[in-house]
Design a protein around this ligand. Structure first.
Ligand SMILES: [Fe+2]
Length: 196
């Protein structure tokens, strides 16, 4: 189940009040990218894509956490019955579906860690999981960014970036470019889109 577009916008606005930060606009950029790419694909629902993009980081409502934002988002969305969003809260951080590829601190309790491992184990990635993964990589807090620039920025902040993850993000970009027949940056209006 999914919230409506306006419910999703309200959930994000409320969450931002609890933990203000650039993640709110990052989420809005991701929603825009997801809607545009889904539209270009022809076989995906742009409205669903927008809602999933908007709420993929909703776990940040509960404070500044690294891996914890994944389990916070999953549990929060499940508590509202939004299982399709809960899934995205999990899968957006794991291109290869392994918890050890998470970049950042494993700042979860044992229960939270086990929840992530158990739920990830039940999922095989679908088109929407892949879509939000690439949109996360395309989205800065002020607008669309180059995926290489964004990954280099993460590399600078955390000191390293796993090659396997780098390669999988580049493969996702190619995948959606081939699927839509378009340059990804043109598709998401990189140069002209401004978050509002
Ligand atoms: Fe994100």
């Amino acid at each position: 189940m999914l919230p409506t577009r306006s419910e999703a916008e309200k959930l994000l606005a409320e969450a931002e009040k609890c933990n203000p930060g650039p993640w709110g606009n990052h989420s809005r950029v991701a929603a825009h990218c997801a809607e545009r790419i889904a539209l270009g694909c022809g076989d995906m629902d742009p409205e669903k894509a927008y809602i999933l993009g908007l709420l993929h980081d909703i776990g940040r409502k509960f404070g500044v956490r690294h891996l914890g934002h994944v389990s916070d988002g999953y549990s929060y969305m499940m508590s509202l019955g939004y299982d399709e969003v809960a899934r995205i809260c999990l899968t957006h951080s794991f291109n290869n579906m392994r918890i050890d590829e998470y970049i950042g601190r494993a700042d979860t309790s044992e229960e939270e860690y086990e929840l992530i491992v158990a739920e990830l184990g039940k999922i095989s990635l679908d088109e929407y999981d892949r879509l939000i993964q690439i949109c996360d990589a395309l989205s800065g807090s002020e607008g669309v960014v180059s995926v290489e620039d964004r990954m280099n920025d993460v590399k600078r902040r955390y000191g390293s970036f796993p090659q396997e993850k780098w390669d999988s993000v580049m493969a996702l970009k190619t995948y959606f470019e081939e699927k839509t027949g378009k340059d990804i940056y043109a598709l998401v209006e990189k140069e002209s889109y401004a978050v509002s």
